[in-house]
Design a protein. Sequence first.
Lengths: 112, 110
Amino acid sequence: DTAVSQTPKYLVTQMGNDKSIKCEQNLGHDTMYWYKQDSKKFLKIMFSYNNKELIINETVPNRFSPKSPDKAHLNLHINSLELGDSAVYFCASSPSGTGELFFGEGSRLTVL
Amino acid sequence: DAKTTQPNSMESNEEEPVHLPCNHSTISGTDYIHWYRQLPSQGPEYVIHGLTSNVNNRMASLAIAEDRKSSTLILHRATLRDAAVYYCILCNNAGNMLTFGGGTRLMVKP
């Protein structure tokens, strides 16, 4: 069983489009995250949710809107895609306060 | 945010020990030191973490300096499957880790 699963794994789209990436965890964790990994391999946190409530929003453009329908899901919706949004997006979850993150396999977004 | 500094890359021979250093001179008293690794085309994977004392688990050992301004991840016998980027990150007591740094790319030679 995959602990943290993301879909789609690959996404190629045109500038200006709107797209979503879904994430689900079956670990029973309270906290979920979205990270962005750029071409230089730096992995930067975008959002953190705890029990469906937004905890961290790290100066991400408001074109990015996370949605957590329940504590097992954290989806990422991106409006008006730009070339600079091309990256690998990782979802992660953790038991609250432990700092031990469980990552998904990543979703590679390419904006043309 | 407290930051970490790691060498860009290191090389090791298979079945030899590897010591991966990390400097975190601005660490605060409540920051935990975490290590993750990322294999090619995969998400990061938790390796080990500690606060003040040295830690051992089935994957690695973590040696933390007495002043906590540096730490070393020790792989006791490197295998080809250990070739990855190793990240040293500080985590506050709320469990928040903000940014993974550039990490150290470990190359293991047969």
